[in-house]
Design a protein around this ligand. Structure first.
Ligand code: PLP
Length: 393
């Protein structure tokens, strides 16, 4: 595929870095081309507290270290850290804060992030404020003296709102607030928040970065040395570290990230266009459709979009259910970002824990269907949808 026209160009040297950065065979005695999977939890010391590089598996591991270096490089960052899950990375961030601190959070962030902030963070005295960040005047107005972190996702889930990264970071910089961007949905191949001034980029590597639906892991990338050192301390002190085997798997998956993301973009846009002209569809929410309200912004800050998008089917809950049950190639399941196409009904699945009033405000209705388009053949995916639509009266 060629580069999508009018968007930011794909990052130069991305796949070369994914395949070679920090992976020189000469660093291993064996000259192994594939980074060795080191499972040892402890490392020999040549004198008390005198060691080569590693001492204990929670504090550091060679396989994990290579992965962290590659992740930093792919995001144009200086430092990378990995965690047992995406939410584990967020939990670790809490360690940067104190009771009484305020966090401004986008109102339709990932459901688990919302739950972690409101059900756990709030119990430790963190003050959480949910705001609509599409209009950044809301951000400026909501900042209080105790606001320490602004947390956002863009595009959001499941309504695909796009937030202006550059404008958001100009505001947070002015007020000396840490800007965290959860970039899980698009990966560094399509969007690099540090380039726009974000302080920390967070990932659920579970999704596109690993992309094979067989690892749960998280990461934080930064170029800020002070934040890195604090988070590195917390990674070890709080113990939320990933397993070496999982690091090995993600390192392997990153080598195909660029070609997977190009295919996800291509397939999801083909399906979005198909749905947009379908008589049984009310509306399609995809940031790369000219009908999307932030289409121009999307082109300015990204090189395309992944496989995640949503649409409203005509009718009600019954039509949604009939359609979803009739699909054969799409799997009815939560999660996203794998090579296989998934589909779900957020109101009763991924977003069931969001309070009904907030679901209404956000537009998460009985007819909002979310897809995670995989890398199968687009024509087979479209044929599957066509037969499922034909089951609806
Ligand atoms: C899945 C997800 C998370 C949580 O990650 P886990 O690896 O499941 O803990 C956070 N943010 C987004 C956008 C996600 O999709």
């Amino acid at each position: 595929m060629g580069e999508p026209e009018g968007y930011l160009p794909f990052p130069k040297g991305f796949s070369t870095s994914a395949i070679h950065h920090s992976q020189e065979p000469e660093q291993w005695d064996s000259w192994a081309v594939v980074t060795p999977l080191v499972t040892s939890t402890t490392f020999k010391q040549h004198g008390p507290a005198e060691f080569k590089k590693y001492e204990y598996g929670r504090s550091g591991n060679p396989t994990r270290n290579v992965l962290e270096n590659v992740l930093a490089k792919l995001d144009n960052g200086k430092y990378g850290l990995t965690f047992a899950s995406g939410l584990g990375a967020t939990t670790t961030l809490f360690g940067l804060l104190q009771s009484g601190d305020n966090i401004l959070v986008g109102d339709d962030v990932y459901g688990g992030t919302n739950r972690l902030f409101n059900k756990v963070g709030a119990r430790f005295g963190l003050e959480i404020t949910l705001i609509d960040l599409t209009d950044l005047q809301n951000l400026e107005k909501s900042i209080k003296p105790n606001t320490k972190v602004v947390w956002l996702e863009t595009p959001t889930n499941p309504t695909l709102k796009v937030i202006d990264l550059k404008a958001a970071s100009e505001i947070t910089k002015k007020h000396n607030i840490i800007l965290v961007v959860d970039n899980t949905f698009v990966t560094p191949y399509l969007q690099r928040p540090l380039d726009f001034g974000a302080d920390l980029v967070l990932y659920s590597l579970t999704k596109y970065m690993n992309g094979h639906s067989d690892v749960v892991m998280g990461a934080i990338i930064t170029s800020n040395k002070d934040l890195y050192e604090k988070l590195k301390f917390l990674q070890n002190a709080m113990g939320v570290v990933p397993a070496p085997f999982d690091c090995y798997q993600v390192l392997r998956s990153l080598k195909t990230l660029a070609i997977r993301m190009e295919r996800h973009h291509e397939n999801s846009l083909a399906i979005a266009k198909y749905l947009e002209q379908h008589p049984k569809v009310d509306k399609v929410l995809h940031p790369c459709l000219p009908s999307h309200p932030q289409y121009e912004l999307t082109k300015r800050q990204s090189s395309g979009h992944s496989g995640v998008f949503s649409f409203y089917i005509k009718g009600g809950l019954e039509q949604s259910r009939t359609f979803l049950k009739a699909l054969k190639v799409f799997t009815l399941a939560e999660s996203l970002g794998g090579y296989e196409s998934l589909i779900e009904l957020p109101c009763v699945m991924t977003h069931a824990s969001v309070p009904p009033e907030l679901r209404d405000t956000l537009g998460i209705s009985d007819t909002l269907i979310r897809l995670s388009v995989g890398i199968e053949d687009a024509e087979d995916l479209i044929a599957d949808m066509e037969q499922a639509f034909s089951q609806i009266n």
